[in-house]
Design a protein around this ligand. Structure first.
Ligand SMILES: Cc1cc2nc3c(=O)[nH]c(=O)nc-3n(C[C@H](O)[C@H](O)[C@H](O)COP(=O)(O)OP(=O)(O)OC[C@H]3O[C@@H](n4cnc5c(N)ncnc54)[C@H](O)[C@@H]3O)c2cc1C
Length: 360
């Protein structure tokens, strides 16, 4: 259920392993509406089986510039390409193409309204038909209404933060870096500018405050008084702990992606890690259907989920730090010692284990 990256990558993997797969997507077109910054690590793209120079590529990134809450600029420079900025609309269409090529059927414009157990199968009530299935992969994204109804539980509701993302013109920044802004009036999440090119960029501001629009205007006035706003979208971003989908595996309705909170709580990024876990879950399902053991892909999924759990813990820790302490940590990370260490050892997706040296 859901034709976002998690659902499509799961469909691709299950179909490749011989399962009969159908993907339901409620929107008429895969990848629309686009509500993502599309910052994906190059290593993550490769791990997911996507080219690092696909049609979805908009920009290549080598580091981050951090504007701390006391107004200082700090630079984290890997000195080499580390991430891609992609058009999520085109990226998702490529994921759909790969899933279809593997044999999955993708049905757009069809909403799944209910999922019920029916003997040993599931009864899927979609807006156009009723179908039976042996397994359900729930990749319905944030909100996950079906999952909540089915399980009576889900991700941590308080950890979803409303976000407004703008496409802006005339940002005037070096396009090889992403820009992170820490502001005392935006305590829930950092603001960002991710360049698409020398002029266009994706600018995001997130907050639990009911005055999010006012905060966005304040941020724009302070940091980007000269940009032109071309487009705006509102959504939510997850900063909590992931669900352990491997525990839910025996129920045969398995949540993946945002529906399961498979998001890096430190940055809100969910495409790569969500996709990697979804692929493992799909392989485990296919192994079960083929009469084999699902244990190996499940063990891999468990490790990935553990990594996300540790990032959620780190996020909670950072959330409790006061600004001066955070300033010191950022100064160390971007120092002459910290920067080379992070560029050698750091990994955007495996933030904790790569730095601790216990790489996945
Ligand atoms: C502003 C913003 C910026 C972001 N930036 C980044 C970033 O730079 N890098 C990154 O990695 N992540 C980023 N993310 C997070 C990323 O977008 C998500 O983690 C990712 O899209 C999750 O993929 P998914 O497939 O789980 O869910 P989604 O992409 O949300 O896809 C779920 C799909 O399910 C469909 N659906 C839902 N319910 C039903 C139903 N009942 N029947 C049929 N279809 C249904 C929806 O229409 C949707 O297409 C960002 C998020 C936001 C909001």
């Amino acid at each position: 259920i859901g034709g976002g990256p998690a659902g499509l990558i799961a469909a691709r993997e299950a179909a490749r392993a011989g399962a009969s797969v159908i993907v339901f997507e409620e929107h008429m077109e895969i990848g629309e509406p686009e509500r993502c910054a599309g910052l994906l690590s190059l290593s993550g793209l490769k791990r997911l089986g996507f080219s690092v120079s696909g049609k979805y590529l908009q920009n290549i990134i080598r580091g981050a510039v951090i504007r701390t809450s006391n107004g200082r600029w700090r630079i984290l420079d890997a000195g080499r390409p580390v991430a891609a900025v992609v058009s999520r609309s085109i990226f998702d269409k490529e994921a759909a193409k790969q899933a279809e090529h593997a044999g999955a059927e993708i049905v757009c414009g069809v909403r799944v309204k209910a999922v019920k157990r029916d003997g040993g199968e599931f009864r899927i009530t979609a807006s156009d038909s009723i179908r039976q299935s042996l397994w359900v992969i729930d990749a319905e994204g944030a909100g996950a209404a079906l999952l909540r109804r089915f399980l009576g539980a889900g991700t941590e509701p308080r950890k979803w933060i409303p976000i407004i993302q703008l496409i802006v013109e005339n940002h005037g920044l070096d396009k090889r870096f992403v820009y992170i802004y820490l502001k005392d009036y935006l305590p829930d999440f950092f603001a960002y500018l991710i360049p698409i090119d020398e002029s266009l960029g994706k600018l995001g501001v997130a907050s639990r405050s009911p005055d999010l629009k006012k905060l966005l205007m304040r941020f724009l006035g302070e940091e980007f008084p000269d940009v032109l706003c071309l487009n705006s979208s509102s959504h939510v971003i997850y900063t909590g702990s992931p669900l352990d989908s491997t525990i839910l595996f025996p129920s045969r309705l398995v949540p993946v992606g945002d529906a399961a909170g498979h998001v890096k709580a430190t940055t809100g990024g969910g495409v790569i890690m969500g996709g990697l876990i979804a692929a493992r879950i799909a392989s485990a399902i296919a192994a079960s259907l083929n009469g084999g053991s699902p244990e190996r892909p499940l063990a891999e999924a468990r490790k990935l989920i553990k990594e996300l759990r540790r990032m959620a813990y780190l996020r909670r820790l950072i959330g409790r730090m006061n600004s001066p302490l955070l300033e010191i940590l950022i100064a160390i990370a971007t120092s002459k010692i910290g920067n080379p260490y992070l560029s050698r050892k750091g990994d955007m997706d495996f933030q904790i284990s790569s730095i601790l040296g216990s790489r996945f």
